[in-house]
Design a protein around this ligand. Sequence first.
Ligand code: ADP
Ligand code: MG
Length: 541
Amino acid sequence: MATVPGDHQDEQTSREQLLESGQSVSAVVRTTLGPNGHDKMLVGEKGKVLVTNDGARILERIEISDPVGRAVVRAAGSQRQAVGDGTTTTVVLTGALLSRAGSLLDEGVHPTTVIDGFHEATGVARDRLRETATAVDRSDRALLEDIAKTTVTGRWDEANTDRFAELTVSGLQAVGFDRSKLGVEAYPGGELGDSELVDGLLIDMETSPATVDDLGSGNRTVPEPRVAMVNSEITIEKPDAVASVTLERSEQAERLRSHEQSVREEAVATITGADVDVLFCQKSIDDTVRNSLFRAGVLAVERTRQDQFDAICRATGARAVQSIDQLIPEAVGHAGSVRRRTVGQTETLQVVDCPLETQRTLLLRGGTPHVAEETERIVEECSETVQLALRDGVVVPGGGASAMALSREVAHHASGVADRTHLVIEAFTDALEQIPGVLATNAGRDPIDTLTTLRSRHAAGDRTAGIAGTGEVVGMIDAGIVEPHAVFDRSLVIALEAASMILRIDEVVSTPSKETEQGDATRARGHGGPDSGGYPWAISH
Ligand code: ADP
Ligand code: MG
């Protein structure tokens, strides 16, 4: 694709190709946008199949060889990383900007003018988006649920996504919106509808089968337990002197046995001396020690997961010790109760009513491991989006309503701009209309008719009119289709950055593969923002 300097014709072709590559990524994912997004079947190298309508997941997995296409995928990646949602929107918007830019360049508008105009328009759009956003706080339970539902619409059947969204908000609310106090544990088996919000922490005992036996049958409960936390393995170390003992020599064997016995007794004495009822160990516990503890009335749980181990420490006030001999009474924590709970095939311990932190766990159920995993993902996304909305403090109508409103408002601004920038700003407003346009198309509607209806609703003063799941034009806030302001705001910023970056390139020159792989940022003389720095190809001007 290298060009002879000054060869205008070739440069044109080259730039056109660049814009087209940018748009082709958008063409792949646009049909997945919104509640009626179609599924794509992704077939991996080993024939592994994934069916999804999640634009972000598709982009993560498809292989794109051309560097401009990859730049768009990277833009989607930064969107996801920054706000966890809105990836498809960002890509569709980037594609729309590039397509409008292509027409402007054909009309002889200079790329710099296009970039500057897009910048100006984005600035106006962002200001308006912020000014017109609706405030949200922790007490707006219904609104928070709407935010959660909107973010996961189309991912599962409606009844279930709604239920997960509600459960997530209940869970977050119960822990004062501190995600670190809300555990999410998915167990295959059972019905999706059996998922529930449970009190306290749920500790998986799958890795600790022996302890399950200790618990006996039924729902044993340890009331008001004193809780000890041990960081390292609980084992009986053999003293050097008897390390290489030949066991035929009964005297030595006897010495070893009595040594072990005394070490064990000492450990058990230290634990019972500290009045411990339940002991969680992050590593394994020697069987004989565990049995002795069990006989002494201490429930010893081994291989507790690190995050849960830390959560128990925080909630019970226990101080983790490195070894049993460090277990002083002050290191012991408290809980309201520890009880056994069988979830499907899995044995768990529920640690409830801890004095220092109110913990809750979302216990997710689903038929297969795949379903359990997917539900966990949905809950994580709901939680992330709700927290984002609360951090940002404002939400905006979804379903293309905000894009339409901004399109009108930016167009209004354009009418006051005289020079060629006027054309560019108008092109920007066109690009924004692509969002409701694609939503209408995906809902099986004629986009031109639907956009006409939508425009007239906005012209009549309804800023919240957007495209419902049915494809009809309705008020989005009333319909409960709302998003964190930060999500669409980020889409505007990242689409602008990606489109500008691509518009600044006039040629792609391949470099030897070694450098290409290293993605040497110093060779990429692009001017992308901090999100787009360091593209793995060289750019000439
Ligand atoms: P993205 O990757 O951009 O988040 P999605 O496929 O999740 O793409 O679609 C998001 C778009 O769908 C947003 O414009 C959002 O407002 C809209 N949307 C979500 N739920 C609904 C719904 N129930 N009705 C109409 N539009 C919806
Ligand atoms: Mg989404």
